[in-house]
Design a protein around this ligand. Structure first.
Ligand code: SF4
Length: 327
């Protein structure tokens, strides 16, 4: 498969203040992330809140500039933010937000909002905008008679369909979905995930699917990257991640996914909260919570290494093959 999106050693540093008079502290929200997404493929990105997944999504789209590293789209470096070349490229890369109500204008009927990208990018003749909007609405399961409705007159699931229809208007080649179903009822989540999967298969769109919910990611992702404190600690096919997680952090996340027949006692409960990114632990960032930590984990950062020729993980114990292989 052709690589559509490639990130090389991305770093995003913010300055954070912990009090009015305190000095700003650099926070590495994304810390050396490299990844590839092929055309028609879905890469799931999982991790707890504060792991840097959403920041990574914005950096991949160029909305948030990388402090270091590079993003390549179709093999070419991303143009500078705000330039004409960037705006043109952005039409091919769309973002689906977590909160559709916040992403929509409450004062405009939904048809007008779905048609906005068509007008802005001059994608269809003015006379054809209405017809194209109705086509897009049909593609995401919205009815023609809903075209004149306002966002507050729709359910959460319908509003997310509006967002997806608007994202599809520019016929994007990449969708970055940031927690697209976490604000929806569980019964609606499956409908929206199925819709995204169907649209992706039909149009061959590549997708980066960011979520803290592993059940949802399991249903949609071909590959999964697990983030902890700004870095990828494991990456493998979705089947491998869920059947045989290698990194102790992934093992804990996967053990919390309810599976019929799996005993609750087999859950791995992590101690403590994710550390403050401004006070990154030495060595392996996961060591204060890792049930398998050894002395060397406190001083030496494990590299993300290729294992078995097809998956990657960053843990010293994997070098020694000491992590049990069956989840
Ligand atoms: Fe745990 Fe050490 Fe592996 Fe980090 S390197 S995940 S602390 S065993």
């Amino acid at each position: 498969m052709t690589v559509l999106l490639e990130a090389k050693q991305l770093v995003r540093v913010y300055e954070a203040r912990h009090g009015l008079w305190s000095k700003p502290t650099p926070v590495r929200a994304v810390d050396g992330v490299s990844l590839k997404v092929s055309a028609g493929e879905t890469l799931g990105i999982v991790g707890e809140s504060g792991s840097g997944k959403s920041t990574l999504g914005r950096v991949l789209l160029g909305i948030d500039p990388a402090t270091e590293g590079q993003v390549l789209f179709d093999g070419k470096p991303m143009p500078a933010l705000g330039t004409l070349a960037w705006r043109r490229l952005r039409a091919q890369m769309q973002l689906v937000f977590q909160d559709p109500l916040a992403a929509l204008d409450r004062r405009l009927p939904i048809a007008e909002q779905i048609g906005e990208p068509l007008v802005i990018h001059g994608l269809v003749a003015k006379a054809d905008v209405t017809e194209r909007v109705l086509e897009l609405m049909a593609a995401v399961g919205l009815r023609r008679d809903q075209a004149g409705r306002y966002p507050h007159e729709l359910s959460g699931g319908q509003r997310q369909r509006v967002i997806i229809a608007r994202a599809l208007a520019t016929e994007p080649r990449l969708l970055v979905c940031d927690e697209p179903v976490s604000a929806l009822d569980v019964s609606i989540q499956a409908q929206v995930v199925n819709l995204l999967r169907d649209l992706q298969e039909k149009h061959g769109i590549a997708m980066v699917f960011i979520s803290h919910d592993l059940k949802v990611v399991r249903n949609i992702a071909d590959r999964v990257a697990v983030m902890y404190l700004g870095s990828i600690v494991e990456e493998a096919s979705s089947d491998e991640i869920f059947a045989r997680p290698l990194h102790p952090y992934t093992r804990a996340l996967v053990s919390s996914v309810p599976i019929p027949g799996r005993k609750l006692e087999s859950r791995i409960i992590l101690q403590g909260e994710p550390p403050n990114p401004a006070k990154r632990p030495t060595g392996c960032a996961f060591h204060p919570r890792c049930p398998m930590a050894q002395a060397s984990c406190r001083s030496s950062v494990p590299a993300l290494k290729m294992l078995e020729g097809k998956r990657m993980a960053a843990c010293h114990l994997l070098d020694l093959s000491e992590v049990p292989l069956v989840a």
